[in-house]
Structures are given as structure tokens and as C-alpha cells.
Design a protein around this ligand. Structure first.
Ligand SMILES: Cc1cc2nc3c(=O)[nH]c(=O)nc-3n(C[C@H](O)[C@H](O)[C@H](O)COP(=O)(O)OP(=O)(O)OC[C@H]3O[C@@H](n4cnc5c(N)ncnc54)[C@H](O)[C@@H]3O)c2cc1C
Length: 520
């Protein structure tokens, strides 16, 4: 395999966590790896609601931390929640400074949206549902200008390279015309910022590159993965046959939109006292149950928003138009779709993973902030807080910047096999069927069996191995957890084992051993 040595910090991924970390690392040379043109192929640019932060003087970081702990169903690390929510305000001010045009009142205060399970309206937003797109637009402009950052576009990471147990580089492949034979890049440090795992499911809101590959890479190198079983399903993905499914943001329910079924029955009032603003897992299960029963759940924005939807939620309006739906006339058909992975590479307060030389931030990491159920709009916040912490810790670990680093120039890499599309589709279907909104031991065992077969059918595809590694971890951890907690619901163990629970920590070897035991 061809090898390149560089003194640059290698950042795998190009979403919010990667951008923020790369900018913080200045003037230290950075190499950012982006499978798509910068700003595309990242969940960050699709975020509609905004960033949770106690910006109103009547609100507080302590209240934000309490809501985070409450939503996480007994598995949030309270110290992490307090520390992250304390920092939130400073990051909103920094994003503003970096050019994000957050919505303001005529008096200049931040306009705050209300989202489910928040005790306060505390989500800063941009033009209704444009937060992610505008934050990324502002940061991408800064990254493009920054002399210390080199971006490799159209390239994906496939494996971590270790030397004496420490991570020292990544193998990358060109993905513009199918995957190419890999090239090894050794760098000063490796920071994973490759997003979550939603795309491992057939019904998802995540962009196509976000398929758990980067968690899988870390797991294959031996990193500990935490809380893998906790996958959040969003209750109001627009059910219109598109893959990925466009999102109808929770802020619509914050504005009074209601969930009804084909008979016009408002079903959330019976399910929870907070009705449509109940915790996300409860709404997702109620929507899923309606779908399973053939009752065609839908989000009715007509009375609460009317034509204001077109002005205040342009992304939702555009998605409806693309799908041939008219929300001014009929409710928007919705389904529960894989949306956010609370689990990921286990990291400490500085963003360090269990392997030396490896850091992780953003959705790819599991910091203890989200527990079994992420509080809405804490995802972008976590990417900001840990993006910056990782950058600072890497900087401290590497010492002063002494040398200029030449740009990395990849050699011509001959084309290699892509993961077979039929196998990826099978993987996504078995995850949705067996490891989805409602799980059973039998369904999870079947899924583990399917994953094993898929792996064996194309053993030479590293990209597929990354996906199956993450799928194995999610499924084995879900099988291990014989209770229901937050987003993890087992119909064969519907109760929680007490109000507080333990987090799960697994290596891929543990997960595979467990899978073997359970399926033989
Ligand atoms: C539709 C939608 C709406 C959302 N709304 C909100 C919201 O309002 N508020 C909120 O807080 N959160 C929201 N979330 C969640 C939030 O957007 C994510 O958790 C957050 O953006 C994660 O940021 P990230 O930088 O970790 O990952 P991402 O932004 O997903 O970036 C991951 C990057 O890694 C790249 N990548 C993937 N595989 C590889 C590989 N093998 N090699 C190299 N690079 C790779 C991807 O292409 C991408 O560039 C939403 C998510 C979605 C999908």
C-alpha cells in the first residue's frame, strides 16, 4: 500500500465537529477528509431545529442540564451534562462571531424555539429551520479561507493504522468514481468526526455517507464503544418514499402542530401528558405503533401554522414540495426513522478514545451527555463543545508548532470494489426490522445472523466491514440490555431495571463473542 507521512492532524469527517475542531487547531496544520464536497454529506448541514443553549436570562445552564439528565432515562453522566450546558452560551456567541445569522428579536435578543422535553424555549435558530445549513455555510467559508487547513474532498477513510497499540494514521480511498485501492496517511494525531449511524437503517433522516463507518473503523482497531444500543428514532420523518427521508422538525410541534391518524384522531394525548411534546422516544413509539397498525400517522400543521409554514420552515416546505405534498391542504405523512446515535466511540472529558493517539468528537463519540435518549438540539451543542475540547487537547499533547507542513498529495489510486449495493440494502433492512424502534431477543438474534451472512458474502470490502462492525455492536448491545430504557425498547422486557441504569461499554471482540453465543 502506498504511504504518505505528514505532520498534520488528520480529521476524519467534515461536519460541524470537524470544522470547529479544525478552526480551533489554528495555526497547527490539519488535513480534513471529506467524502463529498465540503459542506455536503454531513448531518450538520441538515439540522433544522438549532442549538440548545440557555441564552435567556430567565433560563439557566442548570435547568438545561436537568432536562438533559431527565431525557436520558437514568444513564446521562450528570457531570458531563452540567459541564456541557455551562459552555453552551459561549459557543453560541462564538458561532455568531464566526458569521452565523441567528434569528434575533427587534431588541437584539436571540429568538428561542421550544422543543420536546425542554422546560424552557432554549433552542437558537436561523430562519425557522435553517440552523444547520447556515452554521455550516459560515464555518465552511472560514475553513476554505484558513491556511492551516487542507481538505481532501471525495476521499473517505477506511481503516485506522496502529503502531505498538497507538493510532498513527488512517487509510483512505478515493470515492468519487467508486472506491479506490487505499493509501495510508500517517499524521501527528487522528481525530474522528465522522458522524453517526442512522444510514445503517433503511428508514433514516441521515445523509448517505453517514452509515456508521467511522465508529466501525474505530471498533475494528480495538477502541471501546459505549452505549451502542441507544439509537434515537425521530417520530416525524416525512414518509414519502424518499431515501433518506426528509425531516419535519420537532419545532413544528413546538409551534402547535399535532399528530393525527387516518381517522383524524389525535393519538398523542392518550400516550403522554405532554402529548406531541413528550420525550422523543415516546412519540416515536406511538408513531411507529400507528404505522404498524396501518393507521397512517401524519403531522397536521394546518391550524397551528397555516401558510406561515412556507415562510418560517422553508426546508420542510421544500421537502413537501419535492415529495408532491401540500401541507396547507393535507397533513404531512410521517414515520419513525433512525436519526441520531447516542452511542459511539467512548471518550473522556478531553475527547480521548481508549486507544492512544485517537480522539473523537460529535455524533461519532459517546461522551455520556445523551444517555439513552438525546434531548433535542443537544447534538450540535455536543459537536461544538467536544470539537473544541479535542482540538485543545491535541494541541497540548503535540506541543508547539515548529515546522511548515507541505500539502498532502494523494497518488493515483486504481479503482477497487465498492460494497455491493444489494448487501448494503439487506443490512439496512435487517437493522430496521430487527434492531429498530421495537426490539425482541428473537428479532435481534435474526439480525445478528443476517449481519454475519452479509459480512461473509463480501469479506474483502473494508467499507462494508466498517458498517457491519457498527451494526454488530448496536445489535449485540441491544441483545445484552434486557430491559427497556429511553430509545431502546424491548417488547420482551418492557420495563426499566430501576430509575438509573448503567452505560454499556463493548469492544467489537466482546460484541462478536456475544453474537456467537446468542446465535449458535
Ligand atoms: C435531518 C437532521 C436534522 C437534525 N437536526 C438537529 C438539530 O436541529 N439540532 C441538533 O442539535 N442536532 C440535530 N441533528 C443531529 C445533528 O445534526 C448531528 O448530531 C450533528 O450534526 C453531528 O455532527 P458531526 O460533525 O458529528 O457529524 P456530521 O455532521 O454527520 O458529519 C460527519 C462527517 O463525516 C463524514 N464521513 C462519514 N464517513 C466517513 C468516512 N468513512 N471517512 C471520512 N469521512 C466520513 C461525512 O461525510 C460528514 O462529512 C439533526 C440530524 C439530522 C440528520
Amino acid at each position: 500500500m502506498k504511504r504518505i507521512d505528514t505532520g498534520r492532524v488528520i480529521i476524519v469527517g467534515a461536519g460541524l465537529a470537524a470544522h470547529y475542531a479544525a478552526l480551533t487547531l489554528a495555526p497547527r496544520p490539519v488535513l480534513m477528509i471529506s467524502p463529498e464536497p465540503l459542506g455536503k454529506g454531513a448531518s450538520s448541514a441538515w439540522a433544522q431545529g438549532g442549538v440548545a443553549a440557555a441564552m435567556d436570562p430567565a433560563d439557566s445552564a442548570a435547568a438545561h442540564a436537568r432536562d438533559t439528565v431527565q431525557a436520558g432515562a437514568g444513564t446521562v453522566d450528570a457531570q458531563v451534562a452540567q459541564a456541557v450546558t455551562n459552555e453552551a452560551r459561549a459557543h453560541i456567541l462564538d458561532l455568531t462571531e464566526l458569521g452565523t445569522p441567528f434569528d434575533r428579536t427587534p431588541e437584539g435578543e436571540y429568538v428561542m424555539s421550544r422543543e420536546a422535553a425542554h422546560s424552557f424555549a432554549r433552542v437558537v435558530r436561523v430562519r425557522g429551520d435553517q440552523a444547520g445549513a447556515e452554521i455550516m455555510r459560515a464555518l465552511t467559508a472560514q475553513v476554505r479561507e484558513a491556511e492551516h487547513i487542507q481538505v481532501l474532498e471525495g476521499v473517505m477513510a477506511t481503516s485506522l493504522e496502529t503502531l505498538n497499540g497507538a493510532v498513527c494514521g488512517v487509510t483512505v480511498a478515493n470515492c468519487t468514481n467508486g472506491l479506490s485501492a487505499p493509501c495510508l496517511i500517517r499524521g501527528a494525531a487522528v481525530l474522528l468526526a465522522g458522524g453517526g449511524s442512522g444510514g445503517l437503517y433503511a428508514l433514516t433522516t441521515n445523509p448517505p455517507p453517514v452509515r456508521g463507518q467511522v465508529i466501525g473503523m474505530a471498533a475494528r482497531a480495538g477502541a471501546v464503544i459505549a452505549d451502542a444500543e441507544f439509537v434515537q428514532f425521530h417520530p416525524t420523518a416525512i414518509n414519502c418514499g424518499l431515501d433518506p427521508a426528509p425531516l419535519a422538525t420537532e419545532a413544528l410541534r413546538g409551534e402547535g402542530a399535532i399528530l393525527i391518524n387516518r381517522h383524524g384522531v389525535r393519538f398523542m394525548q392518550d400516550a403522554h401528558p405532554d402529548a406531541e411534546l413528550a420525550p422523543r422516544d415516546i412519540v416515536a413509539r406511538a408513531v411507529f405503533a400507528q404505522t404498524q397498525a396501518g393507521l397512517a400517522p401524519a403531522l397536521d400543521t394546518r391550524r397551528a401554522l397555516g401558510t406561515r409554514l412556507l415562510r418560517d420552515f422553508p426546508a420542510v416546505a421544500a421537502a413537501c414540495q419535492k415529495a408532491g405534498l401540500n401541507p396547507l391542504v393535507s397533513p404531512i405523512p410521517v414515520a419513525a426513522a433512525a436519526h441520531y446515535h447516542m452511542g459511539g466511540v467512548a471518550t473522556d472529558a478531553a475527547g480521548r478514545a481508549s486507544l492512544e493517539g485517537l480522539w473523537a468528537c460529535g455524533e461519532v463519540a459517546s461522551t455520556g451527555l445523551h444517555g439513552a435518549n438525546r434531548l433535542a438540539s443537544n447534538g450540535l451543542l455536543e459537536a461544538l463543545v467536544y470539537g473544541r475540547r479535542c482540538a485543545k487537547d491535541i494541541d497540548a499533547a503535540l506541543g508547539p508548532v515548529t515546522e511548515h507542513q507541505a500539502a498532502v498529495c494523494l497518488p493515483d489510486m486504481p479503482a477497487d470494489a465498492l460494497p455491493r449495493a444489494d448487501l448494503v440494502a439487506q443490512l439496512r433492512h435487517t437493522m430496521t426490522n430487527g434492531a429498530g424502534v421495537i426490539r425482541t431477543a428473537q428479532g435481534l438474534q435474526n439480525t445478528l445472523g443476517d449481519i454475519g451472512q452479509i459480512e461473509a458474502t463480501q469479506p474483502d470490502s473494508v467499507a462494508l466491514a466498517n458498517m457491519t462492525a457498527t451494526a454488530t455492536l448496536i445489535t449485540a448491545a441491544a441483545l445484552n440490555r434486557r430491559e427497556s430504557r429511553g430509545a431502546h425498547f424491548r417488547s420482551d422486557h418492557p420495563e426499566s431495571n430501576g430509575a438509573t441504569g448503567t452505560r454499556s461499554f463493548l469492544t467489537l471482540t466482546d460484541a462478536r463473542a456475544h453474537a456467537r453465543l446468542e446465535t449458535t
